[in-house]
Design a protein around this ligand. Structure first.
Ligand SMILES: [Zn+2]
Length: 306
């Protein structure tokens, strides 16, 4: 199925389709993606909060996702929401709500297990199960995948073939950087097609000497002052003619979330900048053009098929 022909509701009937706006302005359209998961599912809590406890912990993700939906509606931006399967199972109406607001639904897999902890069959089952429930709830073809903890690395590259087999058309999990948990430092930094046909939308990095510095997502997005993030996006757009691929999580906008005791560094990673994050995102949405992964791929000339 050709994604370019998939009917989508525009945020406002009167607004020209984003692709036409894009062509008219010549500006680069950046990618906004949201990994929809609970605060306690973040990797920093993997030891402190056993997954067996997850179903018993009060959910907070709906409220913070709804606030993000309001922010996006206000800015008339359509994004990609990579929803975790177990969140969709617990909160089916949240998925319906995101889809009804005109956003793309992508998959964050089923159980939020990093790929290096799964074998091929278990991974295939995880991503297939998530895709099924998300398609059923959203009524959309689910074409995109974002791995928990960006866990497609050189050790788990086999996952891209399994994704294709499970019906996905693109991935946004191969981080071209060196990190203590994830990343393939020499992976391409621009949108590209992998052997086997899957498209890849790498999270943004900038090269500073020998370093590939992440600039536009998660903890980095919260840590850097607005000035720096703005400069990085401008550099990507204007100098490299490349979209910034921004990723955030609803819990990164939730100031009141519980803070169980973990190491100081982990706590800092998880919470730095949360208080000003919403303002930062709102500013950037006003200053730059953003769209979903699917739209970015269309601009990149990708013909997607499930
Ligand atoms: Zn995640």
């Amino acid at each position: 199925m050709n994604v370019a022909s998939t009917p989508r509701r525009d945020l406002e009937e009167s607004a020209p389709p984003l692709a036409i706006q894009h062509l008219a302005s010549g500006a680069v359209t950046n990618v906004l993606s949201i990994d929809v998961e609970e605060w306690f599912q973040a990797e920093v809590y993997a030891r402190a909060i056993q997954r067996e406890r997850w179903p018993t912990i009060p959910s907070r993700v709906a409220a913070s996702t709804e606030r993000l939906l309001e922010t996006l509606d206000h800015a008339r931006v359509r994004a990609t929401f990579f929803v975790l399967g177990i969140v969709a199972e617990r909160l089916p109406n949240l998925v319906r709500e995101i889809a009804a607001a005109g956003h793309e639904i992508g998959s964050h897999g089923w159980g939020h297990r990093p790929i290096w902890s799964l074998n091929r069959d278990a991974f295939f089952e995880d991503v297939s199960r998530a895709r099924r429930i998300l398609q059923e709830l959203s009524g959309q073809p689910v074409l995109g995948y974002r791995a928990p903890t960006f866990s497609i690395t050189s050790r788990t590259l086999w996952a891209t073939n399994e994704l294709r087999r499970a019906g996905y058309a693109y991935d946004s999990s191969i981080f071209p950087t060196l990190h203590d948990r994830y990343g393939i430092p020499d992976a391409p930094k621009a949108i590209h097609q992998l052997e086997g046909g899957l498209w890849e939308i790498p999270p943004s990095v900038l090269q500073l000497g020998p370093l590939h510095v992440p600039v536009a997502g998660g903890g980095y997005f919260r840590l850097y002052p607005l000035l720096l993030t703005r400069a990085a996006i401008r550099f990507l757009n204007q100098r490299l003619a490349r979209p910034a691929v921004v990723y955030v999580h609803p819990w990164e906008f939730d100031e009141d979330q519980p803070r169980p005791r973990i190491s100081r560094l982990s706590q800092l990673r998880h919470t730095v900048g949360i208080g000003v994050n919403e303002h930062k995102l709102q500013q950037l949405l006003m200053e730059f053009r953003f769209a979903s992964c699917e739209e970015a791929l269309t601009y990149a000339g990708a013909a997607l098929s499930a």
